[in-house]
Ligand binder design. Structure first.
Ligand SMILES: Cc1ncc(C[n+]2csc(CCOP(=O)(O)OP(=O)(O)O)c2C)c(N)n1
Ligand code: SF4
Length: 554
């Protein structure tokens, strides 16, 4: 046994290593990223997979990451898949279908939700997608549980032959607490590897989802649901404390807010803490029967509350929560909000954190995107209605003054397809800005379509040689490979240009952009300069057709 001060995300990583994973797969996204990065740090020490180590390479997107994990599971390895909540939308196809195939080596999908949208475009609740896929969810309320539940989730995944979702949220992912690890990484891990190892390949009929197999596998999934509910009811992680006639059903991090709000009065309240799903119906029934007044305090969507209310509500018992407007329907909870809803005195907030000044994000000084935006803005001057579609990355900050050069940001990879759609309505110039990592994530499919139809759009792939926004992880689609992809999907090389976004090159860059805006067809411009936080030595300047296409031929 040893004790370490860990982030929630680091605790998940430690749990996965100790559970004997052979691989971690995923795509960066706040607040999940440190899970993967922590395992990456240990991967070098653990050696190659063939020698009991861990494979830890970022995938180009969450769907690819999930499928790579599924392949490793097929071959008998335990895998952790990491992503932020919206990443699960991208991985939804293999995720939902893997509930039918089942797993061979255990799969745990660590998804970090972002209630309050600290760094996300929405605050969707991953429990809903897991419920949709009909797979179990484990939801830690603290760092120790993050470690313990990750290990347990691998065992349960193999026991029920299903992927298990581990739902994290920002506050848990990014706060630290002491975690007791079950021993020296090496010995616990080898025991887990032994337990997990030696699996025969599965029956191909179970993994080939043609209708005759898929119907059988879906029936298996549906038939399993009552036993999954029973497991939730009898597991020791779902705890029921019955005492007073006022009760609360709560989940994950919200349990901490509840404890803080109630303080020593917590002992007088009946509390059901749900840590494992499907919802433990029997435990819910007990607290409902016991209480005269029932609150549901849950972080995320009113998932449990909706189930309780059903269509008509519980007979004779008003359920108070988000749906009844006792708690706010959006944003994060906190002890103060919970105390107000329960009608108990509010916990005192230390003065030090009151009135902290906000720090709106902005492009770093010297950022290559700033020079790209300056050139684009000048080039479109004189155009009646330029529309500047954009995407998700540091460059989305081009929405702020002085640039105001971002008119849309919806989901990763959307800028090219949206520009393409708008061009079909006659919008000109239809411009889009997309980063190199986002391009590799899903933008390149959109470019394939734009190239096939020679869409009248001007695409800027802003190559800063990294996935900057999430902490400068490697990008799989920068430098020469980026250009090869662009040419490979069929964009006319005459309308592909590499620029150096620098003040000294501003004038010539503006000229090239103007020329391409005048072209009634597809152009791709690649402003290429490393993010200032990328270490020298990462990908070098690349060229179209082996020769730089900048106006001065450099
Ligand atoms: C589906 C999905 N996955 C992950 C993220 C997190 N995320 C936001 S931007 C980004 C990548 C940014 O890299 P790039 O496009 O190269 O732009 P840069 O930040 O380097 O300018 C990622 C991974 C997200 N918002 N949505
Ligand atoms: S991290 Fe890099 S890409 Fe992002 S704003 Fe700063 S310099 Fe620009």
């Amino acid at each position: 046994m040893r004790c370490e001060l860990l982030l929630g995300n680091e605790a998940v990583a430690a749990g996965a290593i100790d559970a004997g994973i052979s691989g971690v797969f995923g795509y960066p996204g706040t607040p999940s990223t440190e899970i993967f990065e922590t395992i990456q740090l240990h991967a070098a020490r653990l050696g190659p997979v063939s020698a009991g180590g861990v494979s830890a390479d970022w995938a180009p997107n969450e769907k690819v990451g999930y499928e790579e994990a599924l392949g490793m599971s097929y071959a008998g390895g335990r895998c952790l898949v990491t992503m932020k909540h919206v990443g699960l939308n991208v991985a939804a196809d293999p995720f939902i279908n893997s509930a039918l195939t089942g797993v061979n080596g255990g799969i745990v999908v660590a998804v970090a939700d972002d209630p309050g949208m600290h760094s996300s475009q929405n605050e969707q609740d991953s429990r809903i997608l897991a419920d949709f896929a009909q797979v179990p969810v484990f939801e830690p309320s603290n760092q120790q549980e993050a470690y313990d539940l990750t290990r347990l989730a691998f065992e349960y995944s193999e026991e029920v032959n299903l992927p298990v979702v581990l739902r994290m949220v920002t506050r848990l992912s990014h706060s630290r607490a002491n975690v007791t690890l079950s021993g020296d990484n090496g010995e616990v891990r080898s025991a887990s590897l032994k337990e997990a190892g030696g699996k025969a390949l599965p029956d191909p009929n179970d993994w080939t989802l043609v209708p005759v197999n898929a119907r059988r596998r879906y029936q298996r999934l549906v038939n399993m649901q009552p036993s999954l509910v029973r497991d939730s009811e009898i597991c020791e992680q779902n705890t029921l404390h019955l005492t007073g006639s006022r009760g609360v059903i709560t989940n994950g991090i919200a349990y901490n807010y509840l404890r803080e709000a109630l303080g020593s009065a917590a002992d007088d309240w009946s509390i059901l803490k749900i840590t494992r799903y499907p919802i433990p119906v029997g435990l819910v029934r007990q607290i409902v029967d016991h209480c005269d007044e029932l609150f549901v305090v849950e972080e995320g969507y009113p998932h449990i509350e909706r189930r309780l209310n059903g269509l008509l509500g519980l007979r004779g018992l008003a359920v108070r929560g988000k749906l009844s407007h006792d708690l706010p329907p959006t944003g994060e909870l906190d002890p103060d909000i919970v105390a107000a809803a329960l009608g108990v005195p509010r916990p005192a907030i230390p003065d030090a954190i009151k009135g902290l000044a906000g720090r709106p994000p902005q492009l770093c000084k010297g950022c290559p995107h700033a020079d790209s935006f300056r050139a684009i803005i000048e080039a479109v001057q004189g155009e009646a209605h330029p529309v500047l579609f954009s995407d998700i990355g540091c460059y989305t900050l081009g929405v702020m003054p002085p640039y105001r050069a971002v008119h849309s940001c919806v989901d990763m990879g959307s800028s090219i397809s949206m520009a393409h759609g708008a061009s079909r309505m006659g919008v000109h110039p239809a411009i889009c800005t997309v980063g190199d990592s986002t391009f590799g994530h899903s933008g390149m499919n959109s470019l394939l379509s734009a190239a096939a139809h020679d869409a009248n759009i001007t695409v800027f792939v802003l190559d800063n040689a990294t996935t900057a926004m999430t902490g400068t992880q490697d990008s799989l689609s920068c430098g020469q490979r980026l250009i090869d992809i662009i040419l490979g999907v069929g964009v006319n090389p005459e309308h592909v240009h590499v620029l150096e976004p620098k003040p000294q090159k501003h004038k010539e860059n503006v000229e090239i952009i103007r020329r391409e805006l005048a072209h009634r067809g597809l152009s791709v411009i690649i402003p290429q300069r490393s993010c200032i936080h990328v270490k020298p030595g990462r990908p070098v300047q690349a060229t179209v057709g082996g020769q730089c296409s900048c106006a001065n031929g450099e």
